[in-house]
Design a binder for this molecule. Structure first.
Ligand SMILES: Nc1ncnc2c1ncn2[C@@H]1O[C@H](COP(=O)(O)OP(=O)(O)OP(=O)(O)O)[C@@H](O)[C@H]1O
Ligand SMILES: [Mg+2]
Length: 493
């Protein structure tokens, strides 16, 4: 069992859905289930931290806490199974559910997703604004648990060790307003609270005929009543949000405690993050959360804003998802995409202005490359090097690239078929460039037409290099005749 492998350690021996998992109609994780599940979670906090640091830039503190707490969570799960802790005993335990505070695009979802992948547990992401208290409008928080089962390909015991990530949690804060506290938001908090604690979620959505039918069909197929309920006791919950306005509350509390804080106006982003890190339960309750809800989130993590330098570091990282994705997209057209360092600098600069964290990188790159992504596959350009100039003047650079590509394509074909080097005179280039301005890729057939007789003609001349001049373009036939004649005259001399 101790054998070293580069494979992600995972929960072993979890039966597939059609394995011997039967009939716990009541739904509770029965003892039989537990015997079948052996969590083999060997990753240690520092190992997970090292793994994450390969991908995550500038969030050392958050990564440290998350790696540690999530590792401990799964190791504890393993211990409980080994010691056969039953539900009752375990009840006194508090799960390390996590609250993440941080602006958009700084790695909140990314970190948790990476951890779930590394450990090999299913992961689902939901948005707190999509839920309503009754589940009629939008959805029911319980759907997250059902999604987790789908994510686990129907393997309920595995889903019971999954991670549920809920974004925009700050939007269900129910700060009292002119009409009193928002009752429906507190309702969503209470529903979530139940999930975070321990509850049984029925896989059949009440009043949903389709899911009931599915259960019947499944029972007929397997000849067994399949298990339909999911226990949420061991599911790890991670909730996150940007928490606009929270800094002011923290600041106010601190100044009331006489620690000299006036206003957050003029604070640098680093100072703001430092302030956010001092968040206390009281601030979150003031913000509009039920104390029971906050009580179920014992781990709080604050993420840094990403400045230009961090964004540049992200782009330079060999595991950078943004760059890798873009390269793969171009490779799909047979184009090798590369970036000069100066280009990465500039992209980071542009992205920083957007204030959307690393998300700004993606939009900056998309904005620059979209025209290339459209054009280059048609003209069959095989390489693209993104330079500073390309980013500053994408349209102009694209034109130049395609233009040069058409010219060199003709030189290459000419060389292949005749063995003769074909170059373009400066005047001819000018003319070709005006044609290109007018006709775009039509320049290709224009050149083809102008040069068609030269493939044979040049063989009569005994030359090793042909310069395409303005004359060649203006009067291909006449010029060819003249060139051949000149060659013969020369020979005769
Ligand atoms: N700190 C980081 N290091 C490396 N890459 C990052 C970092 N933060 C974000 N990214 C990149 O940006 C993408 C978007 O980040 P992510 O989805 O984690 O944002 P988020 O913090 O969850 O934001 P939101 O609040 O908008 O959901 C990631 O997929 C990743 O490629
Ligand atoms: Mg996110």
């Amino acid at each position: 069992m101790e054998k070293q492998s580069h494979k992600i350690p995972h929960i072993e021996d979890i039966p597939k859905p059609d394995a011997d998992f039967v009939g716990s109609e009541e739904g509770a994780a029965t003892h039989k289930d537990k015997d079948a599940i052996k969590i083999d979670f060997r990753v240690k906090p520092e190992e997970l931290e090292t793994y994450l640091s390969k991908y995550i830039v500038d969030q050392e503190e958050a990564v440290e806490v998350l790696a540690t707490k999530i590792c401990t969570h799964f190791n504890r799960m393993r211990l409980e199974i080994e010691e056969e802790v039953t539900s009752d005993v375990a009840l006194g335990n508090i799960k390390s559910n996590i609250l993440m505070i941080g602006p958009t695009g700084v790695g909140k979802t990314y970190i948790i997703k990476l951890i779930a992948d590394r450990i090999g547990v299913p992961f689902v992401k939901g948005d707190a604004t999509k839920f309503s208290e009754t589940g009629y409008i939008g959805g029911d928080v319980e759907n997250l648990v059902r999604d987790l089962v789908h994510e686990a390909e129907g393997n309920i015991p595995l889903a019971e060790y999954g991670i549920i990530y809920i974004d925009e949690i700050d939007k269900i804060a129910s700060a009292p307003n002119a009409w009193g506290p928002d009752v429906s938001r507190s309702g969503v908090q209470r529903n979530l609270l139940k999930l975070m604690e321990e509850t049984e979620v029925d896989m059949k959505v009440p009043h949903d005929l389709a899911s009931q039918m599915e259960a019947v069909v499944e029972a007929q197929r397997t000849g067994k009543a399949t298990r339909k309920k999911v226990n949420t006791r061991n599911i790890l919950f991670v909730v996150s949000g940007a928490f606009d306005g929270l800094i002011e509350r923290i600041g106010k509390r601190i100044s009331q405690q006489g620690m000299g804080f006036k206003s957050d106006v003029g604070l640098t982003s680093g100072e703001k993050t430092e302030l956010l890190k001092q968040v206390a339960t009281r601030d979150l309750i003031d913000y509009g959360f039920e104390s029971e809800f906050i009580g179920r989130l014992p781990v709080t993590v604050t993420l840094n804003e990403l400045n230009e330098e961090s964004l540049y570091t992200i782009l330079k990282n060999e595991n950078c998802a943004v760059i890798q994705t873009k390269k793969r997209e171009f490779r799909a057209y047979g184009i090798k995409l590369d970036f000069k360092d100066e280009a990465l600098r500039l992209l980071a600069q542009q992205a920083a202005l957007e204030k959307t964290g690393a998300r700004g990188l993606l939009s900056a790159i998309e904005r620059v490359l979209i025209k290339f992504e459209k054009k280059l596959p048609t003209v069959e350009v095989k390489d693209l090097l993104v330079t500073k100039e390309l980013i500053e003047k994408p349209e102009k650079t694209l034109k130049e690239i395609v233009f040069e590509h058409i010219l060199s394509k003709h030189s290459n074909t000419f060389k292949e078929q005749t063995g003769i080097e074909l170059t373009y005179h400066r005047d001819a280039r000018k003319k070709l460039s005006t044609i290109y301005d007018r006709e775009g890729s039509g320049l290709d057939s224009h050149l083809q037409e102008a040069l068609k007789d030269y493939f044979y003609g040049v063989k009569l001349m005994g030359i090793s290099r042909l310069v395409v001049t303005r004359d060649v373009l203006n009067d291909p036939k006449g010029t060819l005749d003249r060139l051949i004649k000149e060659a013969y005259d020369k020979k005769a001399d």
